[in-house]
Design a binder for this molecule. Structure first.
Ligand SMILES: [Zn+2]
Length: 182
């Protein structure tokens, strides 16, 4: 394990303070640098890595770790508090904008696992091409997206019922049930 990281962590788990079985945890999305890793004990790691119900008793430690000066520790604390639905502590936790964006990047991706499906039930992925199967009035843009229009390079917006794409040079939201993957 990186000696600089151990030194920063004071040879303790940066979440719960345990001194046993320490290892490195990369805080995704991570470039592997020390700024984007934290030092954790086995108990914390198993809770974070494993698909287990989080032990809210153990993670009372987050009430301390969330005040860490180390952004990566703040990010992990924030994500765990979210998973634990601990709104009380989340309300108290203040993250700088860039740290908040980092912290949310994983929370969001785990929530958007559900991908939109086209009219045939085929999963649509970012960058796919689709055709529109029904004339669609585009609200606010004053045109109709015609049936049969090809939309290249769709963009997923996190809503499992929608995709976004350019029609007539305008980026619009399309309901995935009116699309067919090409
Ligand atoms: Zn720990």
């Amino acid at each position: 394990m990186d000696s600089k990281l151990l030194e920063r962590a004071n040879h303790k788990c940066e979440l719960c303070g345990s001194v046993e079985n320490l290892s490195t945890l990369e805080v995704t999305p991570s470039n592997g640098s020390i700024e984007q890793t934290i030092c954790v004990c086995d108990t914390c790691r198993n809770q974070i890595d494993g698909n287990v119900v989080l032990d809210s008793n153990h993670f009372r430690c987050l009430g301390d770790s969330m005040w860490s000066e180390i952004p990566a520790v703040q990010v992990v604390s924030y994500r765990l508090l979210k998973k634990l639905n601990n709104q009380e502590l989340l309300d108290m936790l203040y993250l700088e904008d860039d740290i908040k964006a980092w912290a949310d990047s994983e929370v969001e991706s785990s929530e958007t696992q559900e991908l939109p499906k086209d009219s045939n039930g085929t999963v649509l992925n970012q960058g796919d091409s689709v055709t529109i199967i029904k004339d669609l009035e585009v609200k606010g843009a004053n045109f109709t997206a015609k049936r049969g229009t090809l939309v290249k390079g769709i963009i997923l917006n996190g809503n499992p019922e929608q995709v976004e794409g350019k029609v007539n040079g305008t980026r619009i939201v399309l309901l995935s049930c009116f699309l067919k993957k090409v």
